[in-house]
Write a protein that binds this ligand. Structure first.
Ligand SMILES: [Zn+2]
Length: 212
């Protein structure tokens, strides 16, 4: 049994797969193959950035065990995930084996607005989790994109200013983060990409092969 298979069995028990159903999972969707399809190799990856550490957003890290590739996440998110797993307070939504402190090159930051590279900024947006960050990417020709991870599961969460059901842990923080993101949206005329909105993702992917 591979590490990935073991992780799925241990960390994606029946209740989790009910909440996050995956109808088709093909070879082409595995991280090394998905990266290969872009003309790159997983060995070319210079850094990994996590918007938050819930299990459905933290897959694929097993490929970076034992490497020095930096894994970026907000300090609040990292601390919360360690606490939630260690005390079993919120165990079911995190991947405990990713908190293997010695085999991954975790890098945390505390800034509310963290410029990771030129044109890539992470904005701390607590609410869904304490350390969630949305990622702003400024492209030369296609303008600004904001990848919101689970701050917004689908477009309606943004448009109706309403978090997704029981999934927001802190409503007041969510509203403050929402106001910050609305301001970014206005200032940069940004395209917003939501955490679980397949319609929006399909539309963007079919409109252009490459955004630059
Ligand atoms: Zn989440």
């Amino acid at each position: 049994m591979t590490l990935t298979q073991r992780c799925i069995l241990q960390n994606w028990p029946a209740p989790a797969t009910d909440v996050f159903p995956r109808v088709v999972y093909e070879e082409s969707m595995k991280l090394p193959n998905a990266i290969k399809a872009t003309g790159n190799d997983i060995k070319d990856v210079k850094a990994v950035v996590f918007g938050h550490l819930h299990l459905d957003h933290a897959g694929g890290l097993e490929h970076f065990l034992g490497t020095d590739v930096p894994i970026y996440v907000h300090e609040e998110e990292f601390k919360h995930a360690c606490w939630a797993v260690a005390t079993k307070a919120d165990l079911g939504v995190y991947l405990a084996h990713y908190l293997d402190l010695e085999k991954l090159n975790w890098q945390t930051f505390t800034e509310p607005h963290f410029d990771l590279y030129q044109g890539i900024t992470l904005h701390h947006s607590p609410g869904h989790t304490p350390g969630l960050c949305v990622m702003q990417v400024n492209l030369e020709n296609d303008g600004t994109f904001i990848f919101t991870t689970d701050q917004y599961h689908i477009a309606e969460n943004y448009e109706l200013s309403h978090p997704h059901g029981w999934l927001a842990r802190d409503h007041t923080a969510w509203i403050r983060s929402h106001n910050m993101i609305k301001q970014l949206h206005r200032m940069f005329k940004a395209t917003i990409v939501y955490g679980h909105d397949k319609e929006v993702a399909d539309r963007l992917m079919s409109a252009k092969k490459v955004y630059d």
